[in-house]
Design a protein around this ligand. Structure first.
Ligand SMILES: [Zn+2]
Length: 517
């Protein structure tokens, strides 16, 4: 029986001889349309038949059934007597299947896309439902095989690290910034690994990277032909981080400026008073260290004379440590407004306040609430306001960089007090704002002046870093390239890894990311 109507359903180049429809599969018997074959060695065509054999290929499933192609393949004798090859098998051609393939090209394309979209095991499950009899390993093999093919020249790359395991193990991602796609993943972020990758790609002429890590050095060694561009987003971020660091180091002075450093021991509970005594003893010792450090005594000498640890002495000599005393109230912080309202409404009993607060979802202990009530009562009888709470450094540095009209009245007062009390932070803030503006305006001419101005400020170490990376920072202010899209690819990478339950091997992860959408 000849199913001539089925002819258009089979891949071009095949003639269907028979279609056999079984309960769970369809077997199609076919042969090649061409009259002759072409010798792969000499390229001569030959119609001198030698023998036949059968090739079995899986094709796209149909009507809930797997489809198998049985192709009668001919062997020919080569027509050229001088050719080394005497017998060759005919090839099925670019529309049917590759040499020795077990699936048609069109089935392989579906398998490849399934593997890319879902990864091995989930893709195999779906493939079974779609009547595509492929195993997980086959899926992965197909994905890997296709990944190795693409090789268009690379000119502009972005390079960044990504976490295999946060804080423990990092890999490197390389993106083609012109074509907006992932090019490769490297197993770590060691300069040696990056160098050997870069040295295989002499055609790269722009490398966008962040300022930390060894990517800059690796690029300088292995790709000296390339212009390095510091990533603008990282530059802005680094400048803000430098201000945050300056604010952290100034917290003591900030607390003084905000008037929250003055403690009246009479307002403290018993437990807090014990803590406060310990705090005073510590402060005394820290004060002695500060005096010695200011007098120019070496750290070793201070350690010997005060009996304090080297780590502590170094921290205090550098202006850190020794914060002002703070009452324990962190677990209460989100509930203070509620407590104030209850208090004003007349509930003055600590235990009763605690019971009511628990009903709103509070998990803390009775003691925390009772201490708050005691402090509040004493503050009232002393005719004072409760101690003003100072926001953390992270919040303060953000407030300092915010526009005035975006601050609440209270925030504006806080910023103004800091500006009055800690003037070095004002100049630091102005420098960071100038830096951000310079990056936004793409203004490389402003860079040398900025570095000179910042060198004498509390941002000097950030300024030193910028000066050491001058060419790349200046390039960031002139070149159009930035790593913004690399960040986007890292997000995609995390998504794909999660689909693979975090077990994805690097080459497979890479194949799924590198593949065109
Ligand atoms: Zn030949």
């Amino acid at each position: 029986m000849v199913y001539s109507d089925f002819q258009s359903l089979s891949p071009a180049g095949l003639l269907i001889d028979n279609v056999e429809i079984g309960p769970d599969r369809i077997v199609i018997t076919a042969r090649c349309r061409a009259a002759a074959g072409t010798c792969p060695d000499c390229g001569q065509s030959s119609a001198r038949l030698h023998s036949r054999y059968e090739r079995r290929l899986l094709d796209l499933p149909s009507h809930g059934r797997a489809v198998q192609l049985r192709v009668a393949v001919r062997r020919f004798r080569c027509a050229d007597p001088g050719c080394r090859r005497r017998i060759f098998a005919e090839q099925l051609g670019s529309t049917v299947a590759g040499r020795s393939a077990r699936r048609t090209f069109r089935l392989e394309a579906i398998v490849h896309h399934l593997g890319i979209a879902l990864g091995g095991r989930p893709a195999a499950t779906l493939a079974r439902r779609l009547m595509l009899p492929v195993s997980k390993d086959t899926l992965l093999r197909v994905v890997r095989r296709h990944a190795a093919r693409d090789s268009s020249p690379l000119c502009v790359i972005g390079i960044d690290d990504w976490a295999w395991k946060r804080g423990q193990r990092y890999g490197t991602i390389i993106c083609d910034l012109e074509r907006r796609r992932v090019v490769d993943l490297l197993p770590d972020r060691e300069p040696g690994t990056v160098e050997s990758w870069l040295s295989c790609h002499p055609e790269i002429h722009v490398i966008s990277r962040d300022r930390g890590g060894g990517y800059g050095q690796a690029a300088a060694r292995a790709a000296p032909q390339a212009v390095q561009v510091a990533d603008r987003w990282h530059l802005m971020e680094n400048a803000s981080a430098a201000l945050l660091e300056a604010v952290r180091r100034s917290m003591r002075r900030i607390r003084m400026a905000l008037g929250s450093a003055v403690i009246d021991p009479a307002l403290l509970t018993h437990a807090e008073r014990l803590q406060h005594d310990g705090y005073l003893r510590r402060e005394e010792a820290y004060g002695a260290i500060r005096v010695l450090a200011r007098a120019g005594a070496p750290i070793r000498e201070i350690v010997r004379r005060t009996g304090r640890s080297r780590k502590l002495v170094r921290e205090i000599a550098r202006g850190g440590g020794g914060d002002v005393f703070r009452c324990r109230s962190s677990t209460l912080a989100p509930h203070l407004a509620w407590l104030d309202a209850e208090w004003s409404a007349g509930c003055r009993n600590g235990a009763e306040l605690w019971r009511r607060l628990r009903a709103t979802g509070f998990r803390g202990s009775l003691r925390v609430v009772a201490e708050w009530a005691t402090r509040r009562r004493r503050a009232e009888s002393a005719g004072r306001e409760t101690l003003r709470k100072v926001p953390p450094a992270r919040v303060l540095s953000r407030l300092m960089l915010s526009l005035r009209d975006q601050l609440t009245k209270e925030e504006a007062i806080t910023v103004a007090s800091i500006e009055r009390g800690v003037p070095i932070l004002v100049s630091a803030r102005d420098l960071v704002e100038r830096f951000h503006q310079m990056v936004r305006d793409h203004d490389p001419d402003a860079l040398p002046v900025w570095i000179t101005d910042a060198a004498g400020s509390v941002l000097s170490s950030f300024a030193k870093g910028v000066a050491a990376d001058y060419a790349a920072v200046a390039a960031a202010l002139t070149q159009p390239w930035s790593n913004g899209q690399t960040e986007g690819q890292i997000t995609k990478l995390k998504l794909v890894r999660r689909q693979m339950y975090g077990r994805g091997k690097l080459d497979l992860l890479c194949a799924r990311l590198v593949a065109p959408e």
